[in-house]
Design a protein around this ligand. Sequence first.
Ligand code: ADP
Length: 492
Amino acid sequence: MASKQKILFASAEVVPFAKTGGLADVAGALPKVLAQMGHDVRIVMPRYGSIDGEKFGLREVVAPFTIPHGREQIEISVEQSDAIEGVPTYFIRNDYLYNRDSLYGQPDDDHRFVAYDRGMLEMLDPLGWRPDVIHCNDWHTGLVPVFLKTTYADLYGDIGSLFTIHNLAYQGTFSPHIMELAGLPWELFTWDQLAFWDHFNFMKAGLMYADKINTVSPTYAKETCTEEFGEGLEGVLAFRKDDYAGILNGIDYEEWNPERDPYIAAKFSADNLEGKTKCKHALQKAMSLPQWKDAPVLGVISRLSYQKGLDILDEVLPDLLENHRLQVVILGTGEEQYHDLLTRLALRYPEKLAIALKFDNALAHQIYAGSDFFLMPSRYEPCGLGQLISMAYGTVPIVRATGGLADSVKEFKSIRSTGNGFVFEGLEPRDFAAAIERGLKCFTDKPECWDRVVQNAFASDFSWQASAKKYAKVYKDAQAKAKTNYQQPQAA
Ligand code: ADP
């Protein structure tokens, strides 16, 4: 390894402690691989009430101390867990702010994440540990790069920062009072610094101030520079284009491995698919579907949202269920309209559609393992992990060619093809329906082709090793940039 770096990885959700989506998967996997490469990596996240302190062996490592918060001082402490091998995880504790029943969507998220961002810098001194670089993830960490270049410039101005976009649609937009809450000078509240249409936008703040920025797939990096995908920040990304890159996410094959998965009915591998058939039958049983042997099972695990193409799925489902011998299993939570629609359809087709409107990690493993196909008709997809995980289980993805889906799934065209799934481009329901038809035809009529595409899916390798090396390089660049700027007289 070139040189060992000290990396603080800041994420508001981290597997196995707290998860609502793919960010948590990344935060639980990438630091582990960086640590295996020899880097000194530590994670910092809020101490949510839902985290089981006993299970994860949480212990206090910094006693309560006060940090500035607007015009007040608030008390935080720091706890540590060693549940992730080789990666100490720090938890910023303030029960008033973080002991809630959900991770986000609280009316005082502004207070919660201003305090988290400031708390992680304030904890460094009492911890006696100083990172070379802070890897910030999504809007919850957007103030950290700002603090490093302003309030904490004297102390920590030479610490590099990387800001990663996992989903540009969630920006953390609040009224300008954040400036006071964070103790930032009003002269920074201009359009080319921290103001965003008279609001304070955490995501923009991170993107403007971080030394380097990136997102989680090369295609999404390109897409976000356009008006269609830029969510209003395309100008900022164009301005930062020399420092902006796309690095494809990986998955943690220790967690997503059909040969070792503790949640599934039978173990299996690419060489021995008997267990997969058992998993399929167990899934049908668990979801109260008849155990049809000839029918394919199509799985969906998703936030039920417009982003994920749930409207397209809803348009395609009635015809699919009416006219095909197949079964669909859907796991997800989200917008009420999709809950209602899916509930109605499931009542109408009880033998063909089973839904579970909840967040359930064990069931997710069972669906990845027991399905034949995995559906992701996303309108946009920064990376998407569902398609990567499904392939680890030999479950063939049917996806829309956008963002990370376009970077990871290629159309299966013939028995000699290396294609690992079925891909469509347009946004019309008929485009999605046609891709499903191609998949079903392959499954039903062409057993040799089906075996091939399943093997191609298994063989697709999305381990973190290659991407972790790219991150290590960006960390180095970020640190070098911070150091260079730090030495300039006006920054001192
Ligand atoms: P997102 O945009 O939601 O982050 P990703 O595809 O990047 O989408 O990651 C989603 C992650 O969350 C995957 O690990 C997926 O298995 C998991 N997931 C999504 N919905 C559920 C659910 N209802 N129950 C369990 N796991 C879920």
